[in-house]
Design a protein around this ligand. Structure first.
Ligand code: ADP
Length: 406
């Protein structure tokens, strides 16, 4: 088997473009980079290849220029796309609707289907499509594969997936819970099972993906049975700048009484809400600094965040009829011991016993933070969405050309 097959994973946002070069067989990420503030003056770019990192601050007009710049900087850092054994490009796509869930080769027909889905995810899918279009133009010799954030939740039970609204309207407008961060929830649940030496089919798991975006999932025997994000990534937990759950009546009230347009309300709930909207800081390190300085708004933001998280943990313990494992992942989940301790404090009656020494230990790998005799095992599991995407991509590539697998 060729051991150094490399996949270029691209994550294209509205004003940023991230990429990684991942070798799915070894799990090694040989390069990564980001171009931020595309369209601004200046934009900023950073690319690492192996140990070497190069940075630039310059005007980058659009995503096409961003990808060209990223490749140029990769060369400058000593990397070369022609010699790394590139077998495919994987594109992280946020919304796959009902039709797109398996990792899919992005030919013209697939791109047309994803384009049709854009109204379902107007903030996320158009930039993703833009990334596909640019990369397909620049890299014509390798297959491009889309991997969908919604895929892991495609088979949610109807009781969890459907909203209790007019059935005909729901069907006509494809209104249902799609769920997001699925690549991470699946990867983390598989890593947790492997760490415990148990098959996923034997475990009831709760995964808490706490990054800037945040979501929780309930997974029974390897199958997702509920998740906190919904029709869009706005529902559920409190996030960096997103509100998570709220009474839909608030939206009509603001439209009627405050005269806000739907675009203004959407922007407020997505960009000026969450811990930032209440507490004035997105980053949890800054939020803790403010709390230490007795900032009441920061304290309230943190308290709302923890309260919501505890509600979902309780809900999913009930949905699953008890959990074997609870895993924390992503920027906040992996790094913030206070969030982990506070969200599970006082739950001994539910079988959850955190070992505070383990929880506070400054480790970075997968680790247990519950006491040895805790009926529920609590883990910190670093997520690796790029690796999970790269593995999905080579599985598709192997189907296209079995000889490519060696
Ligand atoms: P994204 O959703 O953008 O992928 P990440 O998973 O990278 O987000 O999480 C980013 C967030 O993680 C930051 O905004 C910050 O709140 C949090 N974070 C990162 N490092 C730490 C840390 N050492 N302590 C507390 N929070 C951290």
């Amino acid at each position: 088997m060729a051991v150094n097959r490399t996949v270029l994973v691209i994550n294209s946002g509205s004003s940023s473009l991230k990429f990684s070069l991942v070798q799915p067989d070894s799990g090694l990420e040989i390069a990564d980079g980001i171009v931020e503030r595309i369209g601004d003056d200046p934009s900023s770019a950073r690319v690492r290849f192996g140990e070497r990192t190069v940075s630039r601050s310059c005007h980058v007009a659009d995503h096409d220029a961003a990808l060209r710049l990223a490749f140029e900087m990769l060369t400058e850092a000593g990397g070369d796309l022609d010699t790394v054994g590139l077998v495919a490009v994987g594109h992280r796509m946020v919304h796959g609707g009902r039709r797109m869930y398996a990792p899919t080769r992005l030919d013209d027909e697939a791109v047309a289907v994803i384009t049709e889905l854009s109204p379902l995810a107007p903030l996320h899918n158009p930039p993703g499509l833009h990334g596909i279009e640019v990369a397909r133009r620049l890299l014509t010799d390798v297959p491009h594969v889309g991997v969908f954030d919604t895929a892991f939740f495609h088979d949610l039970p109807d009781a969890a997936a459907r909203y209790a609204i007019d059935r005909e309207i729901a069907e006509r407008w494809q209104i249902r819970r799609y769920g997001f961060h699925g690549t991470s929830h699946r990867y983390v649940s598989e890593q947790a099972a492997q760490f415990l030496g148990r098959p996923t089919t034997e475990l009831n798991q709760i995964v808490l993906h706490l990054g800037n975006g945040a979501s929780a999932s309930a997974i029974a025997g390897g199958r997702a049975v509920d998740t906190s994000m919904g029709m869009t990534p706005l529902e559920g937990l409190v996030m960096g700048t997103r509100s998570g759950d709220l009474d839909p009546g608030i939206i009509f009230y603001l439209a009627r009484e405050a005269g806000m347009s739907s675009a203004e309300i959407e922007s407020m709930l997505n960009r000026r809400s969450g811990v930032f909207g209440v507490g004035g800081a997105i980053d949890f390190r800054e939020l803790h600094r403010r709390i230490d300085a007795r900032d009441a708004d920061a304290r309230l933001a943190y308290d709302i965040y923890i309260h919501r998280l505890r509600k979902y943990i309780g809900a999913y313990l009930a949905v699953l009829g008890g959990a074997d494992v609870i895993s924390f992942t992503a920027g906040v989940g992996e790094n913030d011991a206070a969030v982990r301790a506070d969200s599970l404090a006082g739950l001994q009656r539910l079988g959850i016993h955190i070992d505070e020494t383990r929880n506070r230990a400054p480790d970075s790998g997968i680790r247990r933070i519950s006491a040895d005799d805790s009926p529920v095992t609590v883990l910190v599991v670093p997520t690796n969405e790029e690796l999970a995407i790269a593995r999905d991509v080579v599985a598709v590539v192997d189907l296209i050309s079995p000889e490519a697998a060696g």
